[in-house]
Write a protein that binds this ligand. Structure first.
Ligand SMILES: Cc1cc2nc3c(=O)[nH]c(=O)nc-3n(C[C@H](O)[C@H](O)[C@H](O)COP(=O)(O)O)c2cc1C
Ligand SMILES: CCCCCCC(=O)C(=O)O
Length: 393
């Protein structure tokens, strides 16, 4: 017998609304589970592009640890509170956001889809989820910023030796309406990534991810025509991209460039969190770059509690690396994060179905977050506290 929605109880109709809010009110186009999504992406993408996105550093044990570490934390649900009026709204840097999810900076997205970060921006705006745009985006920060307009979008800085380039790109981001600067600290050396070495593949060697460099007045003044001398262009890129000799004191350069909130990404130790506060950062992102930088590192979520214990009263703490499901978001928030970033899942959504794919992946995650909150017996993030978790040794 077919049952129509009218025949269902109000409670069940409500549940269905949440389900289908996730899948965008249509039969899901994409796999709902992350594991199947990744598998499906591997079937449609160019093998070397898929390997770049899915891959991690060395033996890839850090990515494994990221996933495994979530299992160290187990949710203890509470029963029979009224959870019919839940809200997953957060406040971040004085801004109210409808959900605790942001899109992590993921560079070189043209290897996943020709519309790259512009398609991501449309999806993010539609879902009212902020996008953090990478320095090595495939579209320019101006093009992406113009999709967002007033909708919140942040700029992620790769910070190299060339301070004139740093000033120039931050200035461009400000003009294009970005409202925070995320400075990534864990990529001062580009990691040993075995899949990419095996494939002899690095996107920037194919001019992917260089849109912001090739439109930057400082970069262009130094290189001239990027097509003219590839080697010289690459050397300039390397110079602007990273600086392994930089130290905490150098953060002053960025602090002096902008009045926007500066958030440092890649913190995994409480002492580094303290240093970043001492050197003027307004927030931190606890992250191990999704396991893509240091092989053999601790699962990122296992570093969060200690960092929050030390500095959560002094700074705003965000988290990424391994967020795949609603329960992961719940655990990060219970440990003290104010918001979380998601990386690979939306890149796979983009690869499979462009803007719609990103929308579907993130809408599913948000529906799962909402249900997890209710099933755990919580109505808002204020109820999502450390005592809702058990740490399994
Ligand atoms: C293909 C790819 C490109 C990335 N590019 C950047 C980047 O340009 N800047 C940055 O700070 N982080 C970058 N990251 C790291 C993400 O911002 C984020 O830390 C990581 O993906 C989170 O882990 P997850 O993929 O497990 O969600 C990238 C990650 C991937 C998978
Ligand atoms: C293509 C130049 C290097 C981009 C680095 C992007 C990134 O952070 C990553 O993890 O990959």
């Amino acid at each position: 017998m077919d049952i129509t929605t009218e025949q269902l109880s109000a409670g069940m109709q409500y549940q269905l609304q949440i389900y289908f809010a996730g899948t965008q009110n249509v039969k899901p186009q994409l796999p709902v589970s992350f594991e199947e999504l990744e598998q499906k992406a591997s079937e449609v993408m160019k093998p070397e592009a898929f390997a770049y996105i899915a891959g991690s550093a060395g033996s890839e044990i850090t990515t494994y640890n990221n996933k495994e570490a979530f299992n160290h934390w187990q949710i203890i649900p509470r029963m029979m509170g009224d959870v019919s009026q839940r809200s997953i709204v957060i406040e971040l840097f004085g801004m109210q956001l409808p959900t605790p999810v942001l899109l992590a900076p993921v560079g070189v997205l043209s290897i996943a889809h020709p519309e790259a970060e512009v398609a991501v921006a449309r999806a993010a705006k539609n879902l009212r989820v902020p996008q953090i745009v990478s320095t090595v985006s495939s579209k320019t920060i101006e093009e992406i910023g113009s999709v967002h307009g007033d909708h919140p979008h942040w700029f992620q800085l790769y910070w190299g030796r060339n301070n004139d380039f740093t000033r120039s790109i931050i200035n461009r981001a400000e003009k294009a309406g970005y409202t925070a600067i995320v400075v990534t600290l864990d990529t001062r050396l580009f990691a040993w990534r075995e899949r990419d070495i095996k494939n002899a593949y690095l996107p920037f060697l194919y001019n992917e991810g260089l849109a912001n460099y090739f439109t930057d007045p400082v970069f262009l003044a130094e290189v001239g025509d990027p097509a003219r001398n590839k080697m010289e262009t690459m050397m300039h890129f390397a110079n602007c991209f990273s600086n392994p000799s930089s130290t905490w004191n150098d953060l002053a350069v960025i602090r002096e460039c902008t009045k926007l909130p500066v958030i440092v990404k890649g913190i995994q130790h409480a002492n580094d969190a303290k240093k970043s506060i001492d050197h003027g950062a307004d927030g931190i992102i606890v992250s191990n770059h999704g396991g893509r930088q240091l092989d053999g590192a601790i699962g990122a979520i296992d570093t969060l509690a200690g960092i929050c214990d030390e500095v959560s009263d002094k700074t705003t703490i965000l988290f990424d690396s391994g967020i795949r499901r609603g329960a992961d978001v719940f655990k990060a928030m219970a440990l003290g994060a104010k918001a979380v970033l998601v990386g690979r899942p939306y890149a796979y959504g983009l690869a499979l179905a462009g803007e719609q794919g990103v929308k579907e992946v993130i809408a599913n995650l948000l529906a799962d977050v909402d249900l997890t909150m209710g099933l755990a017996g919580c109505n808002s993030w204020k109820d999502v506290t450390r005592d809702k978790l058990h740490h399994r040794n």
